[in-house]
Ligand binder design. Structure first.
Ligand SMILES: [Zn+2]
Length: 297
């Protein structure tokens, strides 16, 4: 007898609201989302940094070196380009992360559809985008400030230092310091300037890769968790959901993270803070934890 003709009452119905299954489903969902969205944002950031570097002439860096910290032009230029970037690249990704999260969080509510144009969603999107543009600009300017002040302690020609700093555009202050130390060691060991510059540029590319990864993970995971939170609030205001509590769910490899590990499985009320003081993940850069909302019956 074919399964097709099996009477309905004999079909095994899988219980889909078990906690463990929902936890696993949320983790699978965020991983699936991140695996398609992250590469896009990482690529876009790397492309942006290449463009920003190409837009700065070596002479501009030389002027900064000669006259101190006259970075206002760099600051305004980068701020403008980051504002365009968040609007065109990050914002649509925030929205898709929120939609995706809402779908997996409230998959059992067939009649619910998440409104990404609600005032509270728009407020969050605007605030987060603005913060990101500010923070990316500040970090980058501080990276160049760090590179220039570090270079002033190095004993190489102005042209050489300007080229070194130029190749570092986009890196964080800490990365800038590490690249300059590396450069100084290479030169100290007798490497020619051309070779050392090439190696420093390679190091800078690698550092930018890390920076892109960190920004991407942090931003998308925050938007993902915000999407769940706002979707739950919308469903509640439509009367589709009663009181809920929330549970912190770590990715399997985050159970050893000193911040998130102890929070795994901890349940608090929707508006309460978790014991660590967090409202929701991300608890740290690169955090991939999620929150699972459950109706309190
Ligand atoms: Zn975490």
């Amino acid at each position: 007898m074919s399964l097709l003709y099996m009477p309905a009452e004999f079909v095994y119905v899988r219980k889909t609201d078990s906690k463990d299954e929902r936890r696993e489903a949320m983790l699978t969902a965020i991983l699936a989302y991140l695996s398609t969205a992250e590469p896009k944002l990482i690529r876009a950031l790397k492309k942006l940094w290449t463009e920003q570097r190409e837009q700065v002439a070596i002479e501009t860096i030389q002027k900064q070196l000669n006259h101190g910290m006259l970075l206002i032009d760099l600051y305004t230029g980068w701020y403008t380009s980051y504002q365009t970037f968040v609007e065109n690249v990050t914002l649509p990704l925030y929205i898709s992360a929120m939609e995706h999260s809402s779908q997996s969080q409230l998959s059992s509510l067939q009649s619910f559809s998440f409104n990404t144009a609600s005032p509270t969603v728009l407020f969050w999107l605007t605030e987060r985008s603005q913060q990101l543009a500010d923070q990316l600009t500040r970090t980058q300017v501080n990276g160049v400030v760090q590179a220039i002040s570090g270079a002033s302690k190095l004993d190489y020609g102005a042209d050489e230092l300007a080229q070194l700093i130029h190749g570092m555009i986009g890196v964080t202050p800490r990365q800038a310091a590490a690249i300059e130390r590396y450069y100084d060691v290479l030169r100290g060991e007798g490497a020619k300037a051309d070779y050392a510059l090439r190696k420093a540029q390679q190091y800078a590319r690698k550092s930018l890769g890390y920076r892109a990864q960190t920004i991407t993970r942090t931003e998308l995971s925050n938007a993902y968790n915000e999407g769940s939170s706002q979707a739950v609030a919308q469903a509640q205001s439509q009367g589709l959901l009663g009181n809920v509590n929330k549970e912190w769910v770590t990715m399997h490899d985050e159970r050893v993270c000193p911040l998130c590990g102890p929070l795994d499985g901890v349940i608090v009320g929707r508006d309460e803070l978790f014991p660590s003081g967090f409202n929701a993940p991300g608890a740290h850069t690169n955090c991939r934890c999620v929150v699972l909302y459950s109706e309190v019956r």
